[in-house]
Design a protein around this ligand. Structure first.
Ligand SMILES: [Zn+2]
Length: 515
């Protein structure tokens, strides 16, 4: 998503959100008309999503509890800090629901993410966690609500390790004239508040694809932190989010003075040289991010260049600073040079990365560096270029990039590199998050190996291997019911998600019509 006025072709080094903010700074950012239009879309959206009543009940009750708590706190402790208040405003999901605390979910088959396929599986869910997986109906507690999904195949909630949730847009924009507004422009015109509000639709579509957890790799104005916290508080329905704030990038736009537009902050994330890299990493940590992101090369949207931007010393400084704070780091590189230095510097995951040489691939396998190739996002760009607002003519370049991306993935898989599924979903791509898995199968994985990249492997990358990515005692009760067996055919995961539970609450249910 290059800002064509301000960013020179071939040097669109900023992350999507940085570009969005730069774009935003140039144009009118906010108007009553736009806000009104956004509100109308809200009503349309309610009918589009499948949300189980229990989530809303849970929210209402959480709100009531919250109000009570606020009254109490105002009366008693005047000097209570906002931070402390936020902490009490976050009840566990299960505590706020009026649904039975214990549920028994029955599947015809269950792939548990631990190497086992169960027949006639019963997953006993207590609150937001799995208590037990069994085939013995006698283990079902008397008071449990039984959820009969015996015509479906169960999977752990899926994990997408590369999204941009706050870059959601509709394909059909809210205009008075009915004229089509390119998605890039919609993003640029939305205020951060509107963007976060709209993003709940992308969040719902992501859940409908079976994705219950995302690692979100770039936002601005810390919209990602806001969205993560709203979801955790039960105020917004969406996948569990691990966020990065601003991705670090080198200066790539001409200096135009301080930006004073409301919410405008084009310099967010920009860092040149080791001292600035350290400062910006620390700023992100201070803001409350879960991960650090760094752009080590050019290339994004219809720009498929991959020139290295940060030198080894800067990358190493970012990696070490992140690790010092107990954070992991994801490094973006479209080309092989940034990828080589990112791997040598000890990045935890490498995003995109085509044309990697054998030595870099071998180093990744040796170190256990995760590869997140994001092959499918260029397919989405090619299919939607004019709606997004790209200049025609980029398609052959992006097509060639896909071929190189796939070939690099094939080599890396053969060399034993670990993979995690990342869609790089933006704009209207939400809901297509798992299409990446079909590319992994094309790159030589079995459907089961592909499934692991979106479950247990992704959970390991997140440092959550004991809580996410599997259906087992103590894990979050994130479950997906699909129609058909995905172990011989990954297409089942892409097309046939019918039911989704996140943290013990049913968030998608498309089974009713079939019963
Ligand atoms: Zn991305």
């Amino acid at each position: 998503m290059a800002n064509r006025e301000e960013v020179g072709k071939g040097f669109a080094t900023e992350g999507r959100k940085d570009n969005a903010s730069t774009l935003r700074a140039g144009g009118a950012r906010w108007s009553k008309q736009r806000l009104a239009a956004g509100t109308r879309k809200r009503h349309n959206a309610v009918g589009e999503v499948t949300v189980a009543a229990e989530v809303w009940t849970m929210r209402k009750r959480a709100n009531r509890a919250l109000m009570l708590m606020c009254v109490l706190m105002c009366g008693l402790v005047f000097a209570t800090s906002v931070r402390a208040q936020a902490a009490v405003q976050k009840p566990p999901e299960s505590a706020a629901t009026s649904e039975p605390k214990v549920k028994a979910v029955k599947f015809r088959k269950l792939w548990d993410g631990k190497g086992k396929v169960w027949t006639d599986a019963i997953v006993i869910v207590d609150g937001e966690r799995v208590r037990e997986v069994t085939t013995d109906a006698k283990r079902i507690p008397a008071q449990a609500e039984v959820v009969d999904l015996t015509r479906y195949f169960g999977l752990p909630g899926l994990i997408d390790v590369h999204t941009h949730m706050t870059l959601y847009t509709d394909e059909t924009p809210p205009t008075e004239t009915g004229q089509s507004v390119p998605m890039l422009k919609q993003i640029a015109n939305n205020s951060p508040a509107v963007e976060v509000f709209l993003a709940r639709k992308g969040a719902m579509r992501t859940l409908e694809a079976g994705v219950t957890t995302v690692r979100d790799l770039g936002s601005d104005q810390y919209m990602d932190i806001a969205m993560r916290d709203l979801i955790n508080r039960g105020e917004m329905i969406g996948p569990r989010m691990f966020v990065v704030g601003y991705g670090l990038s080198v200066t790539s736009t001409a200096y135009k003075g301080t930006n004073s537009a409301p919410g405008g902050n084009p310099a967010g994330g920009i860092a040149d040289g080791v001292p600035e890299v350290l400062r910006v990493v620390r700023q992100q940590v201070a803001a409350g991010v879960d991960w650090i992101k760094l752009f080590a090369s050019t290339g994004t949207d219809d720009d498929t260049s991959g020139f290295q931007t940060y030198g080894y010393d800067e990358i190493k400084a970012a990696v070490d600073a992140a690790h010092q704070f107990g954070k992991k780091i994801a490094i973006h590189s479209y080309g092989p040079d940034g990828a080589r230095d990112a791997v040598r510097a000890g990045t935890d995951s490498l995003e995109h990365a085509t044309d990697m040489d054998d030595a870099t691939i071998a180093e990744m396998a040796k170190r256990g560096t995760y590869y997140v190739p994001t092959i499918d996002h260029n397919r989405y760009y090619i299919e939607n270029g004019s709606k997004i607002g790209y200049t025609p003519g980029f398609e052959p370049r992006s097509q060639a990039f896909i071929a190189r991306n796939l070939e690099t993935a094939r080599k890396a898989h053969r060399a034993g590199v670990k993979f995690a599924m990342g869609s790089d979903a933006v704009y209207s791509m939400f809901g297509q998050n798992t299409r990446e898995l079909a590319w992994f199968v094309k790159a030589g994985m079995s459907p089961e190996e592909a499934l692991k990249t979106a479950t247990c492997n992704a959970a390991e990358l997140l440092g959550k291997a004991n809580e996410l990515g599997a259906v087992a005692p103590g894990y979050f009760a994130d479950l997906v019911g699909v129609e058909g067996d995905p172990t011989p055919d990954i297409g089942v995961v892409l097309e046939k998600v019918k039911w989704v539970m996140k943290g013990g609450a049913v968030v998608v249910d498309k089974t009713k019509a079939l019963r």
